[in-house]
Design a protein around this ligand. Structure first.
Ligand SMILES: NC(=O)c1ccc[n+]([C@@H]2O[C@H](COP(=O)([O-])OP(=O)(O)OC[C@H]3O[C@@H](n4cnc5c(N)ncnc54)[C@H](OP(=O)(O)O)[C@@H]3O)[C@@H](O)[C@H]2O)c1
Length: 202
């Protein structure tokens, strides 16, 4: 099985690569640090990546940025950046990748817990994450050739909290979060928001 992992150098992406590596031929893609590069915020870059890759069985995206800031301070550019990057970037992976994915293949995108459990400062991230979840539910209904489309919703990841100088004990280890992606790639789910919390200790 050929699996494309976008965001492979990141906290979650690297754990997904580790989890998949004994069972699949993993093609690791990142913005700047992997041998295969893409900028998901740039549609042309996504098209160029798919032209290089050829056909594959699954695509996991654990990449995408959105701005964390209070509503009053958010600029038009902050909204534009977040929507272009994490939301449309991942939507375009499905739109442009569907021609290259094999029959019964799967796309697994990433939203986040702030879609359903917002905090002050999360209006744009909550918007983007909820948008991704709506997109996946609808797009899965139309996917041809047995192709499945899911989105994983991670909680706060332990390694991320520690890197931010916070107490990591409330976070979920990235290796546990990765199990949710594995479930999406290997199982039969379609059109589902997969809560990573179900796959281990938070
Ligand atoms: N970590 C958490 O606690 C958490 C919780 C909920 C949701 N999430 C979501 O999970 C996703 C991954 O989070 P993470 O913490 O693993 O991120 P991370 O450690 O910052 O890693 C991000 C990865 O994505 C790549 N990337 C960034 N911008 C990109 C772009 N425009 N095009 C292509 N690749 C790009 C990076 O590549 P380079 O290294 O080459 O720049 C890196 O491989 C994000 O969407 C985040 O919102 C994370």
């Amino acid at each position: 099985m050929r699996v494309v992992v976008i965001g492979a150098s990141g906290t979650i992406g690297a754990a997904v690569v580790d989890a998949l590596t004994t069972q699949a031929d993993v093609l690791a893609v990142s913005r700047s640090t992997a041998p295969l590069k893409v900028d998901i915020a740039a549609p042309e870059s996504i098209r160029e990546l798919f032209a290089k890759l050829g056909s594959f069985d699954a695509l996991v995206c654990a990449a995408g940025q959105a701005i964390f800031a209070p509503l009053e301070s958010l600029s038009d550019d902050d909204f534009r950046f977040s929507i272009t990057n994490k939301l449309l970037g991942q939507v375009n992976l499905v739109r442009f990748g569907i021609a290259s994915i094999r029959d019964k293949g799967s796309f697994t995108l990433t939203s986040g817990v702030l879609a359903s459990e917002p905090t002050p400062g999360s209006p744009v991230i909550s918007l983007v994450n909820a948008g991704l979840e709506g997109f996946v539910r609808a797009a899965a209904l139309e996917a041809p050739r047995g192709i499945r489309i899911n989105v994983v919703s991670p909680p706060w990841v332990r390694e991320t909290l520690v890197a931010m100088g916070q107490d990591g004990t409330d976070g979920m280890p990235a290796s546990n979060v990765a199990q949710a992606y594995l479930h999406s790639v290997q199982g039969g789910d379609n059109g589902r928001v997969i809560a990573a919390r179900l796959f281990g200790r938070t």
